[in-house]
Write a protein that binds this ligand. Structure first.
Ligand code: WTA
Length: 656
């Protein structure tokens, strides 16, 4: 095992859940947790089958639970038929039709509440509008919308008619959008004229126009545009239609398309080790089950809860814990258009107070930035409605954990540090808050039915405090089914031969003496910048696409707030700029270029020029060395295999 994967964190504080939390918890106490784990161990498939029968409303019950004949292309509940949107909406109409489903707060603070009955009507109407545009089961639909009621409606409407949605985060560029349109061969794009964030208006529809004009997008016959702003936007008659025109006259009922549990619900692109993002394909039945069980087990969902997950629907967290999980269990949830720091860094706390949020789920990067901008601000608000806090996206450092626990949670609320991925669809490792004592910085123990382990390069389990690769040994219902259009990449990347059929998560981790998991970081070239998953190779390909750039290598550097920041080492086609001013100008140009190519989230924080990159004699870029240089560390590593040692001094230079 390489020394990258050695544990350095030593955190010994333990926070058991308070007795009154334990008493009311869905999984109450360690014995209840262990009973579920044991049930799954005794008969893995039967365990998941029981939960699927109890928690999903099936149109046609399944008779086969797990089909592993063609592993790792697993199938769960395949002959069962259901509709995910029916499970999220229709199912609640008789029992709680008037309950508020969504509390939408716009950037400017305007609040709109939507009941289950109203949401159902809106989803049905929009589903009918899609059908009127000849969009049908199995068709791919790109959704490029801001956080909005409409984003939830659009996703649910696709699910209702069996169309496969692929949401593209509003911060991605025309090029990223174009790539996803082509890869999915989408027939429609759903977007808005513009979006508002932090008081600023940002156009969206023109980005769609630009990507559709970039060629090879003949598959797209319809663009549906939700009017969020002034409505002044370029128009392509025949292709573009306003959302309000599309739903005009459409009935507010729509018989759902009943699909097999294995029917793809969505494709969500995520970064990996190559320049091309992968289209992670999820199923309907297994995914829904994962969303529901984690709402109950991890978020300890109760009907009186007001649930708030701050993630954008452009990420998997926004899929599972905004669009599907909360609605499937019939929750009231907050959906927020804006940003945590506008009009000031008290926005989240004010919203928790105003909407009496009970369950709050956000990312460590947000927590760290809010500590920095106003660590005392939460004290100005009444946060007594909170009963449970959650964290996701990257390891939470113990300091941030303790602040979250004390200042936000009033030392009353358990924190669930949830480890999972786009690929897993649901939480995999997390405290069950009424059972598992928390340790700051650890995601603690696997959910029942999730067989997580740590292995070495040969796929052999390593025990206790040795670091290794995090794997899931048994298939589970919510896992990705394949990479859209690329089954080989799915098989090779996630189930490499040496892992004996285990799912290789791509993270390194270790376990402590209590068996708790501690995530140490990615084993591939994936960065987590402000909780966003970015591939270094994607940023490198974007840089190399610039006319002046010959070669580029991108690494991450630890960052107090963002988790990681992006440092790019660039070799130019011509000479390096001699003057600092010229260098600065070029750096600014390259940063803008990446922002335009991929989206502002991928903009490098620092760019350094060298005449070459440090490479081994076989031509491999020595990334570990670059990481050390980026962090300003002394080079203690063996550089004897380095083809061109003189290059290191150049790369240490930072243009200021
Ligand atoms: C990281 C986000 C530590 C991890 C749901 C994983 C975490 C990647 C945690 C997936 C956590 C996510 N503790 N690391 N609680 N949660 N990660 O696909 O490296 O955007 O592999 O899914 O985020 O990122 P993704």
């Amino acid at each position: 095992m390489s020394d990258d994967i050695q544990s350095t964190l030593h955190e010994t504080r333990v926070f058991p859940p308070a007795d009154d939390f334990v008493r009311q918890a869905n999984v109450s106490g360690m014995d209840a947790y262990r009973a579920l784990v044991d049930e799954a161990e005794r008969d893995h498939a039967a365990f998941w089958a029981r939960l699927a029968r109890e928690n999903i409303a099936w149109r046609k019950p399944f008779t086969r639970t797990l089909d592993d004949a063609n592993a790792p292309f697993y199938k769960w509940f395949e002959d069962g038929e259901l509709n995910v949107s029916w499970n999220c909406l229709d199912r609640h109409l008789d029992t709680q039709g008037d309950k508020t489903a969504l509390i939408f707060e716009a950037d400017d603070g305007t609040v709109t509440k939507v009941s289950y009955r109203e949401l159902h009507a809106r989803v049905c109407q929009f589903a009918n509008a899609l059908k009127a545009k000849k969009i049908a089961k199995g068709d791919r639909v790109i959704i490029y919308l801001p956080m909005s009621i409409e984003a939830v409606v659009a996703m649910q409407a696709c699910a209702r008619i069996g169309a496969i949605h692929s949401v593209v985060f509003g911060g991605f560029s025309a090029r990223s959008l174009h790539e996803r349109i082509i890869d999915t061969q989408a027939c429609a794009v759903i977007t808005a004229d513009a979006q508002y964030r932090g008081g600023r208006e940002m156009p969206l529809k023109p980005v769609v126009d630009e990507s559709l004009a970039a060629g090879d997008c003949e598959s797209v016959h319809t663009v549906i545009v939700y009017q969020r702003a002034s409505g002044e936007t370029p128009w392509n008659d025949g292709r573009d239609i306003w959302w309000h025109d599309a739903i005009a006259g459409q009935p507010a009922v729509c018989e759902p398309e009943w699909v097999s549990a294995e029917h793809p619900l969505f494709i969500l692109y995520t970064s990996g080790s190559t320049g091309k993002p992968k289209g992670v394909q999820h199923s309907s039945g297994g995914y829904l089950l994962g969303a529901i069980m984690s709402m109950r087990w991890v978020f300890d969902y109760k009907p009186a809860d007001v649930f708030w997950c701050t993630a954008d629907v452009g990420w998997v967290t926004g899929h599972t814990y905004v669009t599907y999980g909360p609605l499937a269990v019939g929750a009231t949830e907050v959906v927020f258009e804006g940003v945590p720091t506008w009009p000031d860094a008290g926005r989240f706390w004010k919203m928790i107070q105003d909407h009496k949020v009970t369950t709050f789920y956000t990312a460590p990067t947000a927590i760290r930035s809010l500590i920095k901008l106003g660590g005392d601000l939460p004290k100005q608000y009444d946060l007594s409605s909170l009963r449970l806090l959650g964290s996701v996206g990257e390891p939470i450092n113990p300091e941030a954990w303790i602040w979250y626990y004390k200042v936000v949670g009033g030392e009353r609320c358990p924190i669930v540090d949830t480890w999972w991925q786009t690929e897993t669809g649901m939480h995999m490792i997390s405290p069950l808050p009424g059972a598992i004592p928390a340790k700051p910085g650890s995601c603690t123990l696997p959910l029942p039915g999730i067989d997580a382990a740590i292995v070495n390069e040969a796929g052999e389990e390593v025990h206790d405090q040795h670091g290794g690769f995090l794997v899931i040994k048994k298939p589970f219902p919510s896992q990705l089914r394949t990479i859209w259009g690329n089954p080989e990449r799915f098989q090779k990347g996630y189930f490499p031969a040496e892992m004996h059929g285990y799912y290789l998560a791509g993270d390194s981790a270790h376990r402590d003496e209590d068996g708790y998991f501690w995530i140490m970081g990615r084993i591939d070239d994936v960065l987590k910048v402000s909780g966003h998953r970015l591939g270094t190779m994607e940023i490198e390909s974007a840089l190399v696409a610039h006319t002046h750039v010959a070669e580029a290598a991108v690494v991450g550097r630890p960052h107090d707030i963002k988790g990681e920041s992006i440092v790019a080492f660039v070799v130019l086609k011509g000479a390096r700029p001699a003057e600092a001013e010229a260098a600065k100008k070029l750096i600014a140009e390259l940063r803008e270029w990446v922002s335009k190519e991929l989206g502002p989230i991928a903009k490098p924080d620092e760019i350094r020029f060298g005449e070459n990159l440090p490479k081994t004699r076989s031509g491999k870029i020595m990334r570990r060395l670059l990481r050390a240089i980026a962090q300003g560390q002394e080079i203690t590593q063996d550089v004897s295999t380095l083809e061109n040692p003189a290059i290191l001094d150049q790369l240490k230079e930072v243009v200021r």
